[in-house]
Write a protein that binds this ligand. Structure first.
Ligand SMILES: Nc1ncnc2c1ncn2[C@@H]1O[C@H](COP(=O)(O)OP(=O)(O)O)[C@@H](O)[C@H]1O
Ligand SMILES: O=P(O)(O)OC[C@H](O)CO
Length: 495
């Protein structure tokens, strides 16, 4: 058995590969951004071939760069942007359409139609999800409806569906394996999280043939082998990226939670072996499936988190690099009363408004670029605040502190503001790449690199703590402004 585990982390904006050793040290890391397509207002697509080629390139790069002999790599773990939907031709391995990305709003009317047919309650009950264009189900239907002959071919099993994990495994195994795991299946809106099977009623409602669906497996087992430099490496772990981060933060027990600041923000709490139903706009989802048993989680999903910094950088051109946001935010003592609500693709939890759109309010003659940059950063923390409060109301558990990770968690201004606005300590772990670490854990557990969860927990440690330092009246005043600003963005787009 080798001494290394390779994690492939296929995110919304980039593909990453990270090589870990047994002591959980990062031995090598490679990352590649890939193209985002916005063919129409509110639509978001990726090229599945570019997803695969960028992921394959970083995998090879990290191996070459680390100098590790491939025979020393025990296993590959896969983690991925969730819900993003890919359909491909089984015989050629070619996608039949671009990947429809989780953020894409094009299927909002299909959701409205399901609601009109009285299925909203059933969707919540069976899948744990709030009916929304976010999830894969309506995206599959859209492709089947719009690509000529696709439904008939899917019925014959000639066209396959997969989330990004399935797609990567299919490609890496040379078309031999068509699987997904419980966590990714739980994000499709066609998977029943209680019976642990694809849901017949929802498949019928969306006219999705069962023959095109992958087999759903546990998160830590050998699914197949990838041939790398002539060596067969087992692919032995799969989890959607948010669940992988929860696992990578060692939130193995009920009540343990983390918040990830990536493209979006995702707060997940492990709720144990029975699904916990939210009354505050959170999702019930599968946290992990190990040894034939699943654990559930409550999740708050915010669509635009770190992505608002990219928008400030790429569309507004206020900054050159994401890390400059912190510098400019600190140049002003506050936002001067400005709020930015980044409802660019609607609002997720706790509002679930597909027709909300972004707004900047409170602008005066004195508003400067710095104020807007700071308002953008603060919006990430306010949205996360709303998630924490919803979760505390649902579970009756007051979080003692917030465990954080993800690309935007390196922004110290943001982390301090998060602690201030929450009135809670924020704790950032030594390894911020917890998503990849979670995938590595799953693959390493399946192949004997690590013995059990206790061994993993022993090696985990918090690196930096941010303690709250804001007067209560200020906190309340800022939060009340945020609530007013959110009100302005709701139900904006025509429908
Ligand atoms: N120094 C920084 N300050 C603020 N935001 C950042 C910084 N670095 C990265 N980000 C944001 O973090 C996000 C990328 O985080 P990452 O965890 O890599 O996301 P994903 O897995 O969604 O691709 C981007 O949206 C980016 O704007
Ligand atoms: O790519 P990320 O890290 O923003 O994660 C995307 C989520 O999985 C979407 O649900």
């Amino acid at each position: 058995m080798g001494n290394y585990v390779l994690a492939l982390d296929q995110g919304t904006t980039s593909s990453r590969a990270i090589l870990f050793d047994r002591e959980q040290n990062i031995v090598g890391m490679a990352q590649k951004e890939f193209t985002q397509f916005y063919p129409k207002e509110g639509w978001v697509e990726h090229d599945p071939m570019e997803i695969y080629s960028s992921q394959y390139a970083v995998m090879m790069e990290v191996i070459a760069q680390s100098g590790v002999d491939v025979r020393e790599i025990s296993a590959i773990g896969i983690t991925n942007q969730r819900e993003t939907t890919i359909l491909w031709d089984k015989s050629t391995g070619r996608p039949v359409y671009n990947a429809i990305v989780w953020q894409c709003r094009r299927t909002a009317d299909i959701i409205d139609d399901l609601g009109a047919r009285g299925l909203s309650g059933y969707i919540r009950e069976a899948t744990g999800l709030v009916p929304d264009a976010y999830f894969s189900g309506t995206k599959i239907k859209w492709i089947l409806d719009h690509v000529e002959g696709a439904r008939e071919r899917a019925e014959r099993g000639e066209i396959l569906f997969g989330t990004v994990d399935s797609w990567l495994i299919w490609k890496l195994t040379g078309g031999a394996v068509h699987v997904t795991d419980y966590t990714n299946a739980s994000r499709t809106m066609i998977y029943n999280i209680r019976t642990l099977d694809w849901d017949r009623k929802l498949l019928d409602a969306l006219d999705i043939p069962r023959a095109m669906l992958p087999e759903v497996r546990g998160c830590s087992e050998i699914y197949g082998y990838a041939a790398v430099q002539g060596v067969r490496i087992p692919i032995a772990g799969i989890a959607g990226d948010q669940q992988a981060a929860l696992f990578g933060q060692c939130c193995f027990a009920p009540g343990e939670a983390k918040n990830t600041y990536g493209t979006g923000c995702f707060l997940l709490m492990n709720t144990g072996g029975t699904p916990c139903v939210s009354e505050n706009g959170l999702l019930t989802t599968i946290a992990i499936g190990l040894n034939g048993k699943v654990q559930y989680a409550l999740e708050g999903s915010v669509f635009v988190g770190g992505a608002v910094i990219q928008w400030i950088r790429d569309e507004m051109r206020f900054i050159n690099e994401s890390r400059d946001a912190e510098y400019y935010a600190r140049k002003v003592p506050d936002t001067g009363g400005v709020y930015l609500v980044p409802a660019f693709t609607g609002l997720g939890a706790p509002h679930w408004d597909m027709y909300a759109r972004g707004c900047i309010v409170g602008i005066t003659r004195g508003t400067r670029r710095e104020h807007i940059i700071r308002a953008a950063q603060e919006s990430i923390a306010y949205q996360s605040y709303d998630l924490v409060k919803a979760m505390e109301r649902d579970t009756g558990i007051a979080l003692a502190e917030l465990n954080v990770d993800g690309g935007a968690s390196r922004d110290r201004f943001l982390m301090q503001f998060q602690a201030d606005i929450l009135g809670k300590r924020v704790c950032r772990p030594m390894i911020r790449e917890t998503t990849a670490l979670g995938a590595a854990y799953l693959a390493g557990l399946a192949t004997g690199v690590w013995k059990d969860l206790d061994e993993l927990k022993k090696l985990w440690s918090c690196d930096i703590r941010f303690d709250p330092d804001m007067e209560e009246p200020t906190r309340q005043r800022l939060l009340s402004g945020w609530r007013k600003a959110v009100g302005r963005s709701l139900d904006w787009a025509e429908h």
